[in-house]
Design a protein around this ligand. Sequence first.
Ligand SMILES: N=c1c2ncn([C@@H]3O[C@H](COP(=O)(O)OP(=O)(O)OP(=O)(O)O)[C@@H](O)[C@H]3O)c2ncn1[C@@H]1O[C@H](COP(=O)(O)O)[C@@H](O)[C@H]1O
Length: 106
Amino acid sequence: MADDILNTLEAVIRERRGGDPATSYTAKLFARGRAKIAQKVGEEAVETVIAAVADDREEMVKEATDLVFHLLVLLADAGLSLDDVRAEIGRREGVSGIDEKAARTS
Ligand SMILES: N=c1c2ncn([C@@H]3O[C@H](COP(=O)(O)OP(=O)(O)OP(=O)(O)O)[C@@H](O)[C@H]3O)c2ncn1[C@@H]1O[C@H](COP(=O)(O)O)[C@@H](O)[C@H]1O
């Protein structure tokens, strides 16, 4: 279910590209460019962290949602998609983060 919602949101975000910034927040973000979108991702990440440290679970959900939305816009701006992230998650499946770090050469 949640995955369906993410797919739908990703499709809406793609549709907004080149849209009217006066009527669409997503179109406005695309119009402002990669650096601004990336800045918003950073801001929403910090707001999520602040909510986590304050142990405000309700606020955490809201900020995490803002973060996911802006991250999807950033991925779309770069021509990337949730499928790219899914593929990377799949590549990492079953590989312990501890083992992966130990196997790094540098
Ligand atoms: N999921 C979201 C979503 N999450 C967060 N936001 C917006 O993200 C913004 C984040 O809040 P901020 O206070 O940081 O934003 P701001 O102050 O306006 O931004 P700046 O001035 O800093 O640039 C708010 O305007 C939220 O409404 C979202 N805007 C849109 N969506 C989805 O995208 C769809 C398309 O939206 P539009 O492109 O606006 O039609 C919507 O139907 C929703 O499904």
